[in-house]
Design a binder for this molecule. Structure first.
Ligand code: LHQ
Length: 263
């Protein structure tokens, strides 16, 4: 995985993708969006990758679409925002939500606009103490896009989501924890150690079933109880046929820690 705007490293079945345009706080360009989609697609296909971490280089996580590039493209008539979203952002967000592996956002700095959407599209978020979140769209006269209008209300409820979207104000990591936007907050210097620790626990878990857990929650969020019960039965059928299920039960009966293999 060799990219212009991303750094990718694989260590012990964990892929770390680092958004890498630090001079612009890692603002999103067409190239970066295509490369991100490609990196997630390769991670999905590669059985040796169990967990993915998404983070930003240096002091920013991601401040959203590169506004300089977008304005120049729009002024020259080369860019209609709707087309741009449909072509590049929407497939990426759907890929992240459908990917049967856990994506942990290691939020190292400011996540604004579509950069906040990217953070919200991760399954779990650990934020550094100095990180922050902004629904910045309104500040530049735009409405939330790239999944924010769907993802944020589900995390914080519609009234709080609207308040954040209407004000565009900057939310600290501590407030994000209280609101339920992030799972935990760490000292800045401990962010990657703690994220790797969590990723490692997940990478050594029953990873096929972990994919089913992700998809069960995703499914339940926009289906009725009867349909969610049916989905649970379908997924449990599949989980029940994994070698990791047999190993988990054997380990329990033999009073030893399980050795899951992701099979
Ligand atoms: C940036 C950006 C940026 C370019 C910082 N672009 N350079 C829209 C259109 C089309 C379709 C798709 O979807 C979207 C949705 C969007 O994502 S719209 C973008 C929404 N985001 C924003 O409006 C955030 C704009 N950025 C900011 O408000 C600030 O930069 C924040 C609050 C994020 C950080 O502030 P500071 O820590 O004070 O850093 P800074 O402003 O000094 O930024 C550092 C550099 O990064 C600076 O460049 P320079 O060359 O002057 O050093 C900024 O211009 C650049 N930068 N965000 N989105």
């Amino acid at each position: 995985m060799d990219y212009d705007t991303l750094r990718c490293e694989i260590d012990q079945r964990i892929l770390t993708i680092t958004l890498n345009r630090p001079d612009k706080l890692n603002a999103l360009t067409d190239t970066m969006l295509r490369e991100l989609d490609d990196a997630f697609s390769q991670a999905e296909a590669d059985d040796a990758i169990h967990v993915i971490i998404l983070t930003g280089a240096e002091r920013g996580f991601c401040p959203g679409q590169d506004l300089v590039v977008a304005l120049a493209q729009a002024a020259s008539g080369a860019l209609r925002y709707g087309e741009h979203l449909r072509a590049l952002y929407n497939p990426l967000i759907l890929r992240m939500r459908r990917l049967p592996k856990i994506i942990i956002g290691a939020i190292n700095g400011v996540a604004a606009g579509a950069g906040m959407s990217l953070a919200l599209a991760c399954d779990l978020r650990i934020a550094a103490e100095s990180a922050s979140f902004m629904q910045a769209f309104v500040k530049v006269g735009l409405a939330p896009d790239s999944g924010s209008s769907w993802l944020l209300p589900r995390l914080v409820g519609p009234a709080r989501a609207l308040e954040l979207m209407l004000s565009g104000r900057r939310v600290s990591a501590q407030e994000a924890l209280t609101l339920g936007i992030v799972n935990e907050v760490t000292p800045d210097s401990d962010l990657m150690r703690r994220t790797m620790e969590l990723a490692s626990e997940l990478a050594n878990g029953p990873t096929i079933t972990i994919g089913y857990i992700k998809s069960a929650v995703e499914f339940a969020l926009d289906h009725a109880l009867a349909e969610a019960l049916d989905k649970e039965a379908e997924l449990q059928d599949l989980a029940g046929q994994t070698a990791d299920h047999i190993e988990g039960v054997s380990a329990f009966l033999e009073k030893r820690p399980p050795q899951f293999r992701g099979k």
